[in-house]
Every structure is written in structure tokens, then in C-alpha cells.
Design a protein around this ligand. Structure first.
Ligand SMILES: *[C@@H]1O[C@H](CO)[C@@H](O)[C@H](O)[C@H]1NC(C)=O
Ligand SMILES: *[C@@H]1O[C@H](CO)[C@@H](O)[C@H](O)[C@H]1NC(C)=O
Ligand SMILES: *[C@@H]1O[C@H](CO)[C@@H](O)[C@H](O)[C@H]1NC(C)=O
Ligand SMILES: *[C@@H]1O[C@H](CO)[C@@H](O)[C@H](O)[C@H]1NC(C)=O
Ligand SMILES: *[C@@H]1O[C@H](CO)[C@@H](O)[C@H](O)[C@H]1NC(C)=O
Length: 274
């Protein structure tokens, strides 16, 4: 969604520029603009972006057209009631089932329930177990469904549909994330021509289902933490760190940090994994 927003903004900028540019340099202008669009989609912005996006924080940009937000506004999290459940900015009463617009294929049987510090979702545990797959056989896949299947055993290897994406060849049923559309989840299937649309791709409502599984961490103002080999911009947090009695709270002398400024006492914690 954000990627699209950026591209749109740049396109708008391009169109403005185009209107005011002299007509004899059209090709030049177009090439520069195309380069700009690609550059922005390639930019790796810092921060736990999947988390911000998952819980519906609003990016704040220093300058219009910037690729990266300088900070995110998550004030809505402070206004959450302990007697409701939330997915992004949508609220649920206790007992209410997860609505289709907030649902990803593997979020099955989820409903809102009263929890210890806040409302929380309880979902069914999905187990996509299938027996061993014979050589020459594979699972087809409908990306709108949680589990792969049905099992397919083509008579001839050359019958298997193939998809070329970002220079990589995928076979029917194989999963991929397009490089320039990191929020999409796709599967190779017959008829793919490079368009990352249904039935090949879906854009899940959230990347990590953070609000479904970590509402209590969010309510306790815990922070998502990541392993050293994870990219917080694209990966789901591996665990959460809550304030404990041994922590020293260092208030910011100037109130809330201004755009682009680091919090005082910012630290990188390296976890030992055993
Ligand atoms: C939810 O549970 C808490 C105690 O854990 C209780 O105080 C509160 O009244 C409950 N809320 C509702 C709406 O049942
Ligand atoms: C994929 O699954 C969805 C959801 O169950 C269904 O509506 C759709 O028809 C399926 N698509 C194909 C091409 O099988
Ligand atoms: C598989 O199909 C290709 C092309 O249709 C054909 O050339 C080849 O002989 C077939 N192989 C077998 C083992 O049937
Ligand atoms: C991080 O995300 C990438 C791309 O989505 C994925 O391939 C990789 O397995 C993830 N790594 C971890 C450690 O979760
Ligand atoms: C706080 O520090 C003490 C002493 O070092 C330690 O025993 C205790 O486990 C720590 N508590 C937490 C929550 O980290």
C-alpha cells in the first residue's frame, strides 16, 4: 500500500514536471522520472516497518515525495480500550468474529475475547500437514487458501507451468514475493504473465498478523525485537521486549522526538540465541 502511495506521488510529480517541461525533451524527462520511481522502490527505509504497517501507524514525511518516513505516528495505540480487540484501526467487541477485510488466509476461526490486560484474539491452529510427496509430484496452490494443494503428478515434467519473476524461474505451486511489491504474496500458476494480481497474488491485510497475536504486548507498550539476521523493515519480529523493573527510563528532555531524531539512550540489543 505504501509502495503504491509513493509510486503514485512520484507519478503525480512527474506529471506536474511534464506539464511544465518543454516538449522537445520529453524522452529525457520520462527516463529520469522512471529512474526516480525505481530508485524509491529499491530504497531500504530504516525501522520496524512491517510492525508500523501492521498496526496501522501513519508515516510522517519530512518533505513531500520522500521515499522514507522520518517517523511514524502510532498515537491511536494509546487510545485503545482494554475492553475491545483491534486490527489496525478497526475495533471489535468481545465475542465478535474477525471480519473478512482483516483476515488473511491462515487466520481461521478467530474471535475477540477478554484477556488479561486487553482484549485478544483467539484463533484456530492451522496444520497444513500432508503425507510425503512422491517424486515427480507437487502441490498446486491457491494463494487465497491457507494450505497448499491439490497434489498433482504430471505425466511429463514439461507440462508443469513456469513463472519467471525478477530473473528467477518458479514452478507451478511455488511461492514468491515480487521484489518491487514486498507486501504481496504470490504463487506461480498457469497463465502467469508477470502481472502480480489475483489469482496469482494477494495483498494480505497485514504482513505478520501482529494485532491478532500480540495485542497484549502492544497494550503493555512492549517493543518488537528482531534477530541480527532479520530485516525489521520486511520481517516479522521474533519476540517482544517489555519494560521490567531493572530498566532505567530516560525521559527525552525536549518531549517527544522530532522528525528524524534518535531517541536518547537508543541502543541495539544483540540477543544470544541458544
Ligand atoms: C474483562 O476481564 C476483566 C478482568 O480480567 C474484568 O475486570 C472486565 O470487567 C472484563 N470485561 C468485560 C467487558 O467483561
Ligand atoms: C481460490 O480460493 C478462493 C478462496 O477459497 C476461491 O474463492 C477461488 O475461487 C479459488 N481460485 C481458484 C482459481 O481456484
Ligand atoms: C515430454 O514432452 C516433450 C514436449 O511435449 C516431449 O518432447 C518429450 O518427449 C516428452 N517426454 C516424455 C518422457 O514423454
Ligand atoms: C525475512 O524475510 C525474508 C523475505 O520476506 C525471508 O525470506 C526470510 O526468511 C526472513 N528471515 C527471517 C529470519 O525471518
Ligand atoms: C533484575 O536484575 C536482577 C539482578 O541482576 C536479576 O536477578 C533479575 O533477574 C533481573 N530481572 C529482570 C526482569 O531482568
Amino acid at each position: 500500500m505504501d509502495g503504491h502511495g509513493r509510486t503514485l506521488l512520484l507519478l503525480q510529480i512527474f506529471f506536474c514536471f511534464f506539464v511544465f517541461a518543454s516538449t522537445d525533451e520529453t524522452k529525457q524527462v520520462k527516463r529520469v522520472s522512471q529512474k526516480e520511481i525505481e530508485d524509491c522502490s529499491q530504497v531500504q527505509c530504516p525501522g520496524p516497518l512491517t510492525y508500523y504497517d501492521d498496526v496501522g501507524c501513519t508515516p510522517v514525511y519530512k518533505n513531500k515525495g520522500d521515499c522514507c518516513a522520518c517517523k511514524y505516528n502510532c498515537d491511536h495505540l494509546n487510545a485503545r480500550s482494554r475492553n475491545k480487540c483491534y486490527v489496525r484501526r478497526n475495533s471489535y467487541e468481545f465475542g465478535e468474529r474477525l471480519r473478512p477485510e482483516d483476515k488473511n488466509p491462515c487466520n481461521v476461526g478467530c474471535f475477540c475475547k477478554n484477556g488479561t490486560n486487553s482484549g485478544r484474539f483467539v484463533c484456530a491452529i492451522v496444520d497444513c500437514y500432508h503425507g510425503p510427496i512422491d517424486t515427480g509430484c507437487y502441490m498446486k496452490r491457491n494463494i487465497s487458501q491457507c494450505c497448499p494443494g491439490p497434489l498433482t503428478c504430471p505425466k511429463n515434467e514439461s507440462e508443469i507451468p513456469k513463472c519467471v519473476v525478477d530473473g528467477v524461474t518458479y514452478k507451478d505451486g511455488e511461492f514468491f514475493i515480487p521484489k518491487n511489491e514486498p507486501r504481496k504474496r504470490c504463487t506461480c500458476r498457469e497463465g502467469y504473465t508477470g502481472q502480480n494480481i489475483k489469482p496469482f497474488c494477494i495483498t494480505p491485510s497485514t504482513t505478520c498478523s501482529t494485532d491478532l497475536y500480540h495485542s497484549q504486548d502492544i497494550a503493555k507498550k512492549c517493543i518488537p525485537i528482531y534477530y541480527a539476521d532479520q530485516n525489521p523493515a520486511t520481517n516479522c519480529s521474533s519476540s517482544w521486549r517489555c519494560q521490567n523493573a531493572n530498566d532505567t527510563v530516560i525521559p527525552n528532555p525536549s518531549g517527544s522526538p522530532s522528525c528524524g531524531e534518535d531517541c536518547p539512550g537508543k541502543k541495539r540489543y544483540d540477543l544470544q540465541i541458544r
